[in-house]
Design a binder for this molecule. Structure first.
Ligand code: MSP
Length: 495
């Protein structure tokens, strides 16, 4: 079975912040989960590099748009490397293979009559790269980002979305396509309120893919960028790859770009006679002080700083655990520290630390196979079953809660059995079960905190890497005679 997952392509006008990291980490956790569940995974991410917004940012910085794109796409790549993002492909919209696909699609839709020439007169929001109708014509503000819009009037090619809107509406009503569920009505209302054909060329924007038309306009940046989800897996140039992975299983993004992904994008696919993705999932925003964290608002929280202070896995864990996937989350250093100290230091770190201490002092560092019947194996099996269901439902925070039920059960078990007490009986069995349970935790947590799971794996003396094991390993007995290894503090406490 295959699993194709995508993130949005991020604009390279500025450096990434935790909002971009969030979507990418979520996609990574899902990609890792599906790999461990034996799926053939394709995970696509990358950068969106054309358009007026990028051209203006480059001009301000005194460099060419291409130079800005080269520099900042590298910054994204570097951050993804630091965050352990296991993408299959990082696509840039300035790659010629992508540009060729955009040109071919443009031609195809032109021939089909789904593109036509007209005149666009209206407003344009550069930060959102979108055409909007302002509430107040006299002081036209973007309804999404509330910033002033430009008035433009220019000849343009239009995409005949109106032809597909009815079909899309019916499709959304009948399928589990728009996720989370509470977004479905929002999208349906958007469609019902009237969908206009969208202008897909810009006459006065130079930085873009040149349209295959006599006028040589540039292609509207969203029409260009959305097609990455096809070009990134070989559409019109590697049909074998494309056939294997399309349609996408999960397309992730935040709620700010729902309109583009739930209306324009599926209509483009219908025009191309391609099946629609299985799920388009819009998560919430990270906000701080009631405002969306954003490059342009100057309130960006830097992932680099958090990684330096707490480590990569702490950031991955916090973002995916703190907020139910789909809702907004308020970021603060205080909540970060609190979650880190309680879950990672007290619950997980302490469990591993004290267990290994006991194995060393009570069993000379070796855990022998032991027949046990204390209910822990059942707790682990139930935790995995629920965890798997939550992962498949994209309920990432709840999946972590399920795994944590096992962490808590193991801590409770140790507290009750107190194998450190003089004269305590069955120490061998107690520690065998606890180590076995920790192994199961390391497997379930591997998609979320891969580096720490590997550390736990090594501390327990297990061979290989938990990420390379698939979940079937959970049903295997812990190998006999494991020898615990030199310990390092997994999560140092923060004051
Ligand atoms: N380039 C377009 C997307 C084109 S996809 C074909 C774009 N880029 S962006 O750089 O603005 O990135 C937007 C995405 O970044 C959001 O959809 C979300 O995935 C992520 N986030 C940016 N800020 C965020 C928050 N404050 N909170 C959560 N996610 C955020 O839009």
């Amino acid at each position: 079975m295959k699993f194709y997952i995508t993130t949005p392509l991020y604009y390279i006008n500025a450096e990434p912040h935790i909002g971009h990291a969030y979507t990418t980490i979520a996609a990574d956790a899902l990609a890792r989960f599906y790999r461990m569940a034996d799926y053939d995974v394709f995970f696509l991410t990358g950068t969106d590099e054309h358009g007026q917004k990028i051209a203006e940012a480059a001009k301000k910085q005194g460099v060419s748009p291409q130079q800005l794109a080269d520099k900042n796409s590298e910054t994204y790549k570097k951050l993804w490397k630091n965050l352990g993002i296991s993408y299959t492909r990082f696509i840039r919209t300035t790659e010629s293979s992508h540009e060729k696909v955009v040109e071919k699609v443009f031609r195809k839709l032109l021939e089909k009559g789904d593109l036509y020439k007209g005149e666009y007169t209206g407003h344009y929001c550069v930060p959102c790269e979108g055409y909007y109708i302002p509430e107040d014509e006299d002081s036209p503000l973007c309804p999404d980002c509330k910033r002033p819009m430009n008035k433009i009037s220019e000849p343009s090619y239009f995409f005949r979305i109106s032809k597909y809107a009815g079909r899309l509406r019916k499709y959304i009503e009948e399928h589990e396509f728009v996720k989370p569920d509470f977004r479905k009505n929002e999208v349906l209302n958007l469609i019902k309120s009237g969908v206009c054909d969208v202008s897909i060329t810009r006459k006065n924007v130079e930085w873009g893919i040149v349209s295959p038309t006599p006028e040589k306009y540039t292609v509207y940046v969203w029409f260009d960028a959305l097609l990455n989800y096809l070009s990134g897996i070989g559409y019109l140039h590697d049909e074998g790859l494309f056939e294997k992975y399309w349609p996408a299983n999960v397309q992730l993004m935040a709620k700010d770009i729902i309109r583009f992904h739930n209306v324009i994008w599926p209509c483009m696919l219908m025009a191309l006679d391609l099946p629609l993705p299985e799920t388009i999932f819009a998560h919430g925003w990270w906000i701080t002080g009631k405002e969306k964290i954003s490059k342009s608002k100057g309130n960006a929280v830097s992932p680099g700083k958090i990684i330096e202070e707490y480590g990569v896995d702490a950031l991955r864990f916090f973002l995916l655990r703190e907020v139910p996937f789909g809702l907004d989350g308020e970021y603060s250093d205080e909540t970060f520290k609190k979650r880190y100290n309680s879950d990672l230091v007290n619950d997980l770190g302490n469990l591993v630390n004290r267990t290994v201490n006991l194995v060393e002092t009570k069993l000379s560092g070796t855990v022998a196979y032991s027949d046990t019947d204390n209910g822990l194996a059942e707790i682990s099996a139930a935790a995995y079953e629920n965890y798997e269901a939550k992962m498949k439902a994209l309920a990432l925070s709840e999946a972590l809660e399920e795994a944590w039920k096992l962490v808590s059960a193991l801590n409770k078990f140790l507290d009750e059995k107190a194998p450190w007490r003089e004269g305590s009986t069955g120490v061998k069995q107690v520690l065998y079960s606890t180590v076995s349970g920790i192994r199961d935790c390391a497997i379930m947590l591997a998609p979320f905190i891969p580096e720490s799971s590997l550390k736990i794996w090594r501390i327990l003396g297990l061979p290989g890497d938990p990420c390379e094991y698939n979940f079937a390993a959970l049903r295997e007995k812990l190998p006999d005679g494991l020898t615990t290894q030199k310990r390092e503090i997994l999560f140092p406490r923060k004051k």
